[in-house]
Design a protein. Sequence first.
Length: 164
Amino acid sequence: MRQIRPAAIIDRSRDQDFMREALALAAQGAALGEVPVGAVLVQDGEIIGRGFNCPISGSDPSAHAEMVAIRAAAQAVNNYRLPGSTLYVTLEPCSMCAGLIVHSRIARVVYGALEPKAGIVQSQGQFFTQGFLNHRVLYEGGVLAEECGAVLSKFFKARRASRD
């Protein structure tokens, strides 16, 4: 089994770069009419999984950006466990995605904007701090939060305008 280097897990030097990659993926989702959320999974400084929201186009309610990126990463490394990896996502994860993050043993989650209605990392609960979990996830919110939030605001504003 590969030994995890804590310094690699908490290296913040490229957080904004990886979040910009996630923002580019969010734009791809928006172009398909999906809620613009993007995610990348990074291990040893390399992106091993990418995803954007696609539950509508994929007829899959579980196809959140995090799910898509984690599935792609697991396939890429041929392992359902992703120790030592960091997930970058433009929006605070929901409970479904937080559960997957724990089960896949992701070491760290970095997110941009808060999700006041369904975010489970900070907004509606502190899921990753629950004592019953068998894996601890480091997390940090607010990376490029304004940019991440602006993408979502612009999308929903346009959606409301098209309904008028």
